[in-house]
Design a protein around this ligand. Structure first.
Ligand code: ATP
Ligand code: MG
Length: 254
């Protein structure tokens, strides 16, 4: 089972957009992926258009009442599956931030309830390095780091890289990671400079596919649609289809 945490502690770099569209692309291939919204902002839940989400039908119920994860999975018409979030998820951060056991809960829950599914699981993280994100990183065997093509975003990936290396010791395993450059503007030389710097530092861990700044990617969530449904011929759809294939071919979703 591949469990992928999509994380960067910097906000607005494209974590949710990437989770939404990778999940949609995998679903179209019949791979029955499950996306988990682990952000109290619940943006992924909104962009998937999941209805009737409350405290008992969202991921908070797993953390609060041990509701099995499988019971929280929603099947969508597109073939994607999602475990939605609700604002009450922020209570997990407040109540359990000092407990080491609380950080392992999602891993245990996945092993107990979703491991048999044998499908890719994608976790959309929030932009903070708190107990929810630790749950995602400890449950994941892979981390995908979206980096938007700007200076601060690149700084944050270097800090995150150090944090992941620090986690590898206690975990006694390597955390496989990939970095994907998002919001790439081909008219700006600066975008290419950032790509080159990332490549120099991270080599093959940097995805060859760059996701361009594209209006369809920004607009599709307003209709609760992924980019393949909203604008199948758009550059955004092309980029996320290409990224999905690259990640499949490199064994990232295996
Ligand atoms: N390639 C892109 N082209 C155009 N707009 C984009 C692109 N990627 C993301 N966006 C837009 O940028 C905004 C931030 O993206 P997104 O919500 O995916 O980031 P995030 O990292 O999940 O943010 P947060 O840290 O708040 O969870 C959204 O309005 C989204 O639609
Ligand atoms: Mg997000």
């Amino acid at each position: 089972m591949s469990v992928i945490a999509i994380f960067n502690q910097k906000g607005g770099v494209g974590k949710t957009t990437t989770t939404l569209n990778l999940t949609a692309a995998l679903a179209r291939m019949g791979k029955r992926p499950i996306a988990i919204d682990l952000d109290p902002q619940a943006h992924l839940t909104l962009t998937f258009g999941v209805q009737d989400v409350n405290t008992d039908t969202s991921i908070g119920a797993f953390f609060r009442d041990d509701t099995p994860l499988l019971n929280l999975v929603r099947d969508l018409a597109t073939g994607a599956r999602v475990i939605p979030a609700h604002l009450d998820l922020s209570k997990v951060e407040a109540l359990h931030s000092k407990s080491a056991a609380a950080a392992r809960k999602l891993k245990l829950g996945l092993d107990a309830s979703l491991a048999l599914e044998g499908v890719p699981i994608l976790i959309d993280c929030c932009p903070t390095f708190g107990v929810l994100t630790l749950n995602a990183l400890l449950a994941a065997n892979r981390v995908l780091i979206p980096v938007s093509a700007d200076f601060l975003s690149m700084q944050s990936v270097n800090k995150l890289d150090m944090a992941l290396k620090a986690l590898e010791g206690p975990l006694q395993r390597k955390i496989e990671k990939r970095i994907v450059l998002t919001r790439f503007d081909s008219r700006r030389k600066f975008s290419y400079d950032i790509y080159d710097q990332l490549q120099e530092r991270y080599g093959r861990e940097l995805c060859a596919t760059r996701v361009a700044e594209n209006v369809a990617l920004a607009a599709s969530p307003t209709l609760a649609q992924d980019v393949f449904t909203y604008a199948p011929s758009s550059p955004g759809a092309r980029d996320y289809a290409k990224l999905t294939l690259e990640l499949i071919e490199s064994g990232f979703f295996a």
